[in-house]
Design a protein around this ligand. Structure first.
Ligand SMILES: [Zn+2]
Ligand SMILES: [Zn+2]
Length: 132
């Protein structure tokens, strides 16, 4: 279940977490959302359905979404781009926008502590928790 976080001082939002699709698209059945901790761009991993033999794939947004509470990151302005890179792990992940390595805000990280805003480094607050 994805969680949206908001930075109260600057209004930036991110959306982090896992949800499943209601119909399988191109062999993928679920998605994990995460954000770059350096530049704030939202990323996704699409998880292949167990019955298909394709690997998980990685998608991203070209531009920052979630610039305010009215336009949260969970409602991006357009579809995510499919990357040619395969997703291997969060530790080795390199952000295509800012080239930082392993600096990601993951579902696991936000379970342990509130994330720091990628833009102004203030502590973010929980905005919405989605059910899927
Ligand atoms: Zn980045
Ligand atoms: Zn901020």
């Amino acid at each position: 279940m994805p969680k949206d976080f908001i930075c109260k001082p600057c209004g930036y939002t991110i959306s982090v977490g896992w949800y499943h699709y209601h119909e399988f698209k191109e062999g993928y059945g679920a998605r994990t959302k995460f954000a770059c901790g350096q530049c704030g761009i939202c990323h996704y991993v699409e998880h292949a359905d167990r019955t298909s033999s394709i690997p998980d794939r990685y998608l991203y947004l070209r531009e920052r979404s979630g610039l305010s509470e009215k336009h949260p990151a969970s409602q991006p302005p357009g579809p995510a781009e499919v990357s040619s890179d395969l997703f291997t792990s969060f530790d080795s992940f390199v952000c295509p926008v800012c080239q930082s390595r392993g600096k990601v805000i993951t579902e696991q990280a936000v379970k342990e502590h509130l994330p720091a805003c990628p833009l102004c480094k203030e502590e973010m607050a929980l905005l919405t928790e989605w059910t899927s």
